[in-house]
Design a protein around this ligand. Sequence first.
Ligand code: TRP
Length: 434
Amino acid sequence: MRSAASPCRVLTGITTTGTLHLGNYVGAIRPAIAASRQDGVESFFFMADYHALIKCDDPDRVEASRMQIAATWVAAGLDVERALLYRQSDVPEVCELNWMLTCLTAKGQMNRAHAYKATVDAAVAAGEDPDSRVSMGLYCYPILMAADILLFNAHRVPVGKDQVQHIEMTRDVAQRFNATYGEGANGEFFVLPEAQVDAETELLPGLDGRKMSKSYDNVVPLFEGGLAALQAAIAKVVTDSRLPGEPKEPEGTAFIQLWDAFADAHERAAMRAELRSGLGWGEAKQRLVAQIERELGPMRARYEQLMADPEALEAILLSGAERARAIARPLLARLREAVGLRRSRRLTGAQAMVAKEALPPLVKQYREDDGRFYVKLSQGERTLLLSPGFEQGRAAGDWWKAVKTAPHPDPVVEAALQQLRELDAAKAAGKARP
Ligand code: TRP
């Protein structure tokens, strides 16, 4: 069991291609937002826009899609003070970790990735060269995904069934990294994440009763097209041809599953009773539209507001990225040190002093024999700052607070202060909030 002090980290990436439909909302967005409100959960949601480049070379589409999808999550009620919402590409540490992991990944393992194999199969079936549709981005897709997850040491990763293999690959490379570099003082670097496959994700039917999916062309758009598009889509939900007044069996119909996704227990029972006693499909569908609109209407208004004011959304995303980077940087510093991307350990004299600065800065408050209180900032063997002696411990504390929050003119001191600020930010972000 994890204590409240070290919350469970839940992380998921959102592909930023295409637009969203009701199935995405009911299956993924709504449950993820609900889960992010639980105590002891720290949520990370990001637009996987580095991944988007694998599938899309239209810059305007990449730009538009990541904003639309971010706006959707905010409009749907994600608490962005609590959860971290960011664009993957605003956290460039992802790329550096991606490279470290790439160097530990066997080509043979990538050969076995389902998504890659499916692309090869499609090319072969079309009579093309097996590799004709495979970029190195696509081939290495699972490694970039592992970097997304491991950079934040996520414990749980909610994904669709098709992504489970990628989480297994993530565990694999994490284990390999831990085993290769994690001996002795280094300890372990990475948590092994678990895939979380929500059964509900598969549930919402589309207009024709099959799973709602763009590839079946049976979707109800989420916000696009407004209420009119929602009405038009629901009108197309397939039903039997019973007339108003004839009893209808609701169980198993696409209609009732859509209804259930937006109704409470009482409303579910009431709708079944009414259909059984002859409510017409037309009338029932109008009620379904009203029922969905009750939940989505206010969200759509918020969505349109956000899309009309990209500055507010940009600020949310940049703040998410800042908080994410404050968590990522200290880990990446440890990883660089571990793999040997560090200053030579054979340096002597002044250079060795500088190299020691790779060690984390330390702050100590203490009382001297003179009875006064002092604060010392040091890094390795070097003292960077020493406060004057204070009569009161509190005064020493205040001195330190003032020093830490202000930019320091000496770049070495400033770098140490910055590291401490980032550690504080990471700790604050890691604390479960009530
Ligand atoms: N590949 C995921 C998808 O297509 C998106 C994704 C990218 C992701 N990075 C991730 C999901 C990290 C979970 C964790 O749905």
